[in-house]
Structure formats: C-alpha cells, structure tokens
Design a protein around this ligand. Structure first.
Ligand SMILES: Cc1cc2nc3c(=O)[nH]c(=O)nc-3n(C[C@H](O)[C@H](O)[C@H](O)COP(=O)(O)OP(=O)(O)OC[C@H]3O[C@@H](n4cnc5c(N)ncnc54)[C@H](O)[C@@H]3O)c2cc1C
Length: 487
C-alpha cells in the first residue's frame, strides 16, 4: 500500500482501529506496558456504542450502553481507576406488565407469578440455563452439543418445548430484549453461549445484583473519555480505516488523511465494520464466514424527561414490560441519582424497530408516549424533553446492542473465524469476548486480551493464542493497578 500525496505517514509499533471501549482498553493496556501505539477512530468522539449526551437543561442521557453489574469487574475496575462513580438503578415499587390484550398488571419480581404463560416461560428459561452450563465460552466448539444447537434457531427450540402461546410471547420479548433480534433469526447455540458468558439467564434479565444493577454518575461514556484524555494525541478522531494491508513485515492502515505503519494492528470494530474495510490480502474464508453470519441487532432507545418522577407517588418503579403492538418492549426509570427530575427510558428492538423506524418523527414520538401512558398514566404523555436514538441509522454502529450469530455461524466458522489472529491482525470488540459478550465489560476484556496477544508477539512469541485466552486476565492487574479514586 503506497502513501498517497497529501497524507501523513505515522509509524508506531501497534495501530488500534476503533475507539469504543474495546479499542480504548487495548490502547490503555499498551500504554501501561510502554508500547508505542496510535489509535484511529472514525467518528469525532470516543465511546462507540456508548454515547452520553448532556441535554439542554438536563443531565447526561445515555443513548447507548449504560448499565453495569457487580460481576462486570473489568469495567468497574476501569471506571474506579478514573474515579467514575456508579449509583443503583432506580427500581423501588411495583413493576407494570401491559399484556398484549391491554391488561395492565402490577407485579414485583421477574414477572407476574400467575400471569399467562409465566410458569411455562420459567420452565423453558431454566432449561436454557441448564444447557448454557455445558457451554465452553473460551473454546465454544468443544461444547458437547455444539453443532446440534447451532443448527437450530431459538424459535425452533421454543416451539419444540412448548405450544403455550403466552409463554412463546414472553420468550419472544426476552429474545428481543437481550439480542434485539427475533427468535427465528438467532442461533440457539449463540443464545446459550451468551447466557453462559454472562453467568446465567437471571444475570442478563434482572436489575439488583445483575446486569442492570447500576449506572454511571457521569453517564457511561465517562470512563471512555477519561481513558482518551490520558492517551492524548495518540487517539486520532475522524480517521476511518478504509484499507488495511498486512503481511509478515507488519500492517499498513489507510485513512482519508494518513497512512499508518506498524508491526501489528488491533482491529476493535463490530463485525459489519470489519467487513467495510478493504483488506489486502482478503481475510481468510473462516473469518469472512464468521463476519457474514454476525448481523447487528436492531434497536432504538428513547428518553422522556419529566419535572418529577411522578410514577413513584403511586408506588410504581417505572419498570415495565409491554407485549402489545406498540413499539416499546421495556421501560426503566432512568432518573438521575438525586431524583431531581424524572426520566423514563424505553427500548424498541428486533421486529418492533422495523415499523417504528419507518414512521416520521412525530408519529414515532406519539407511539412511544402512548406506550408510556399505558404504563404510568396520562402525565407520561407530557414530557418536558423527548429524545431518541435509532442505532441502525448510526453510520458506524449500524445497530446494537451487538452482533448476534445466525444458525451455522459458530459451527461453520467459529473455531478459526471468531477471534483467532490473522497474521499481524488481532481482533477485539465485545463480539469476541468470552465473558459478558455483547456488553461494555466484554468490550473491555476483549481489548485487554487482544493487547496481551500483541504484547506476547512483540516479546518474540507468535502471539497466536487468541482463541485460548481467557479475556485478557493475564495482565489485568498491571493495567488496573495505577492511579484514580475508588468507586
Ligand atoms: C442501545 C444500546 C444499549 C446498550 N446497553 C448496554 C448496557 O446497558 N450495558 C452494557 O454493558 N452494554 C450495553 N450495550 C452494548 C455496549 O454498548 C457494547 O457492547 C459496547 O459499547 C461495544 O464496544 P466495542 O468497543 O466492542 O464496539 P464499539 O463501541 O462499536 O466501538 C467501535 C468503534 O469503532 C469505530 N469505527 C467503526 N468503523 C471504523 C473504521 N473503519 N475505522 C476506525 N474506527 C471505526 C466506531 O465509531 C466505534 O467508536 C448497549 C448498546 C446499545 C446500542
């Protein structure tokens, strides 16, 4: 690859491509080990699928990733290093279930205990947990029933387990909520792998002690911004990697304004963004096959802001699940820590997003507010601020929360295509994580793991241990050891 006239030549030991949590964690690990690197980020900010906006007259709004749970220790440690505090998610009071026929039921716990289909839903999810306990999340292809499970969709499994239409409704909403996809789109094995990577179905679904436990006082982009500030001008914004050439001598990364030469590259992008880069030579068939079986989930996140969290006056938590035809599937209380004003956040995902995104802005807002009124009453229809982010339209993320594997992806291409290094190219991104795959924590651990592969390679080893590494535990102590106040 030749340097084009007018572009700048930048040389370093390592190029990191992507400035989301994975790329930033990789760069931080290199920084902590005194390795010379340059990070290129296509957009004008760091954080990627974590996007905190300060609204006029309000506080931080997290349009993307926001929650952190107590077992997501890599993210918590990273945040603590930079003094970014968390606070518990608001959830005191009764939750609301709005059933598909419009029935509105207050409940506490996971779901209305005697609700339609609840018992059968619980039975099937317990079975998912039982299967997930057999999944090897580091070498998934070693799982006993790997090929059998990867040949099926979640939907085919659900239907073979139950013909209870209400339970199937609950299972469908759970799949939408966790993967932003429909049950007939996603590999059953991927569902089980993901549950295993989180430590169980309950960890994924619940709030206290689980994935939705806490939020960041600064907004979830706080730690990412702090890492970028520490790394300084080695983080280059507005530089999209257009082409990557690689061979035994190293890598050349071309952006619109620079040619970066390095011994190794860490590519910390979601699968579709990897496919948008022009690789020379082309990526191996297994990697390409893996990427082509990894579509992004489809999600929008909407926030409605009120003068007060008025639902609490009626003993409501602000948490709700909605099974009707409206766009919103789930609602949470996203008010600030001090409760000085009220915020309801809603998620529109999977097939629900397809119709929603086709509406114009006014109709989208009206449909969302209808859903919020069904949860919290007429006052929910009169927010003082309303904002939405349709992630399928984000030019760099193109969806969320993450990519999921379609049937045949894992068994056809996983062993060599998931995260095994390609010569001097090392793969990071939450989709390559063995723990908390799909989450910010998974992104962080994937960045550490990829950096550790590179460090091993630069030390003289071949650096090809990717698929066998347990998410960068090796040097985590070093990377997290210095500076910063505790949470
Ligand atoms: C609506 C939503 C809600 C979520 N909620 C949660 C949550 O509550 N908790 C949680 O833990 N996780 C949540 N997630 C998931 C979490 O945000 C992601 O798992 C995580 O942020 C992914 O980080 P990453 O670094 O792997 O990828 P990304 O954040 O996607 O980073 C990739 C970066 O690469 C850049 N890029 C793309 N192409 C190029 C290129 N060619 N050259 C250079 N740069 C490029 C992008 O701009 C981006 O900055 C949510 C996600 C969404 C969208």
């Amino acid at each position: 690859m030749e340097r084009q006239s007018g572009t700048r030549l930048i040389e370093s030991d390592v190029v990191v491509v992507g400035g989301g949590y994975a790329g930033l964690a990789a760069a931080l690990r290199l920084h902590d080990n005194a390795v010379d690197f340059t990070l290129v980020e296509a957009s004008d900010r760091v954080g990627g699928r974590v996007l905190t906006e300060i609204r006029p007259g309000g506080g931080p709004v997290d349009h993307g990733g926001q929650w952190v749970g107590p077992t997501q220790t890599r993210l918590l440690e990273l945040a603590a290093r930079f003094g970014c505090r968390t606070f518990p998610t608001w959830e005191k009071g009764s939750h609301i279930e709005v059933w598909h026929d419009g029935t509105r039921v207050p409940y506490t716990g996971t779901a209305p205990a005697d609700g339609p289909g609840t018992a059968e839903y619980v039975r099937v999810t317990e079975l998912l947990d039982e299967f997930a306990r057999t999944v090897d999340t580091v070498r998934p292809w070693r799982t006993a029933r790997f090929e059998e499970w990867d040949a099926r969709t979640a939907q085919s499994f659900f239907r073979s387990e139950t013909d209870d239409a209400d339970a199937l409704r609950r299972l469908a909403l759970a799949v939408q909520g966790l993967w932003c996809a429909e049950p007939d789109e996603i590999s059953l094995f991927h569902v089980l792998f993901y549950i295993a990577a989180a430590g169980g179905f309950e960890q994924l679904m619940e709030t206290r002690g689980c994935a939705q436990d806490s939020r960041f006082a600064t907004g979830a982009a706080g730690p990412a911004r702090a890492v970028a500030a520490l790394l300084g001008d080695r983080v280059r914004l507005g530089e999209r990697a257009l082409a990557i050439a690689y061979d035994a001598d190293g890598v050349r990364v071309r952006t619109p304004t620079s040619l970066l030469r390095a011994r190794r590259a860490i590519v910390a992008l979601p699968p579709h963004a990897v496919r948008a880069v022009d690789f020379a030579p082309p990526l191996p068939a297994a990697r390409d096959g893996w990427l082509s079986h990894s579509p992004m989930g489809r999600v929008a996140k909407v926030h409605a802001v009120y003068d007060t969290p008025f639902w609490r006056e009626e003993g409501l938590s602000g948490v709700a699940t909605l099974y009707g035809d409206g766009p919103i599937g789930v609602v949470f209380d996203n008010s600030p820590e001090d409760g000085s004003y009220g915020v309801l956040v809603g998620f529109v995902y999977g097939g629900r997003l397809d119709g929603f995104a086709a509406l114009d802005e006014a109709d989208r807002r009206a449909a969302v507010l209808d859903g919020l009124v069904s949860v919290a009453g007429p006052r929910a229809g009169r927010p003082r601020d309303y904002t939405e982010k349709i992630w399928t339209r984000d030019p760099f993320a193109r969806g969320g929360y993450e990519a999921y594997a379609t049937p045949g992806g894992w068994s056809g291409h996983g062993e060599c295509g998931w995260r095994e290094p390609t010569g001097p190219l090392h793969w990071a991104g939450t989709e390559t994580a063995s723990e908390w795959n799909g989450y910010i924590d998974g992104a962080v651990s994937s960045g550490y793991r990829a950096a550790d592969e590179v460090l091993a390679g630069l030390d003289g080893a071949d650096g090809s241990g990717g698929a066998d590494e347990v998410d960068g535990r090796g040097r985590a102590g070093e990377a997290n050891g210095s500076g910063g106040a505790a949470r």
